[in-house]
Write a protein that binds this ligand. Structure first.
Ligand SMILES: [Zn+2]
Length: 301
């Protein structure tokens, strides 16, 4: 009997780690907003410390060899990898952004400027109405950069009960070493939009979507058609340079570079999500600012 008890105890000890693992798996919540049930959504808001991430992509031509959704697919891969390490809820596929310069290309979705703005503001409002207090923008599309900076500044125009954080990582020389070494192997001006760098990324995220044999069927050269205006910014600048929506040369893409870039991006983003979760400064200052802006004459001069 005693022997039997000992065997039973030993078996139990052996099983404990497996049982723990099973219950941990059961309690793991999906990160994707659209995959959560309503009861689990309530738990996810709390588990994320009220942090929701919007990966911002676009539907835009990417040379003759990559999918229209390249930016959306890449940025979501980055975010979904990061939230495996630092949990946050990830907003559904978001492709409403600034892409007027590609309206002459097939398959592009370029909503009107008013709608792009309204959609983003209302998306933030809806995220907040659902209990989140911090919203992180992770941008996968260069054409959104100015829009997002202006949008962030515009959040000060009226009182909001949430804060918006744009992921804008500082490059750490040490962390960037591997990417830097691999980048140096690329011939000059072969990276950029749908070029060697972006194609490398997609070769890791969704290799099945890269048609590398088509990469040289169009030119990714800079046509530089506004060389007469070196001191000017104008909306037609991108069309003047890269009307094919291809900048660089994808044939130099490698999976090694893509892997190194993705790893660096994920590491930086994990760190940023942690910093945002811990942050109390932005909400505090924002509250102070909204109050003070109600009566500017009382602001100490
Ligand atoms: Zn892109």
């Amino acid at each position: 009997m005693k022997k039997l008890m000992t065997i039973a105890c030993l078996m139990l000890l052996f099983l404990i780690p497996f049982l723990q693992k099973a219950s941990a798996a059961e309690s793991t919540l999906p990160a994707k907003w659209e995959e959560l049930t309503a009861p689990d959504f309530v738990k996810a808001v709390s588990q994320s410390k009220k942090v929701c991430v919007i990966p911002l992509g676009i539907i835009e031509k990417h040379g003759p060899h990559m999918p229209l959704g390249t930016d959306l697919i890449d940025v979501r891969a980055q975010v979904l990898n990061a939230v495996k390490e630092e949990y946050a809820v990830v907003f559904p596929e978001y492709y409403v952004g600034q892409i007027n310069e590609a309206r002459h290309q097939p398959g592009v979705i370029a909503y009107s400027p008013d709608l792009v703005w309204k959609m983003l503001q209302e998306t933030c409002n809806e995220i907040s109405r659902n209990g989140f207090e911090k919203i992180i923008f992770v941008n996968g599309h260069g054409g959104n950069n100015d829009l997002l900076h202006y949008f962030c500044m515009s959040q000060l125009s009226e009182k909001r009960n949430y804060t918006v954080y744009l992921f804008q990582p500082k490059t750490d020389a040490n962390e960037h070493k591997k990417v830097d070494e691999l980048m140096k192997k690329l011939p000059p001006s072969t990276g950029d939009h749908a070029g060697a760098t972006e194609t490398s990324y997609m070769m890791v995220v969704r290799p099945d979507l890269v048609k590398i044999d088509k990469a040289s069927t169009q030119s990714g050269d800079d046509l530089n058609r506004l060389a007469n205006l070196p001191d000017v910014f104008t909306g037609i600048w991108w069309f003047a340079k890269f009307p094919n929506h291809y900048a660089g040369d994808a044939k130099f893409a490698t999976q090694d570079l893509g892997r190194a870039m993705l790893d660096e991006d994920v590491r930086q983003l994990v760190r940023m999500i942690r910093e945002v979760k811990a942050d109390t400064k932005v909400p505090e200052l924002q509250k102070q600012f909204y109050e003070a802006s109600q009566h500017p004459l009382d602001t100490k001069q």
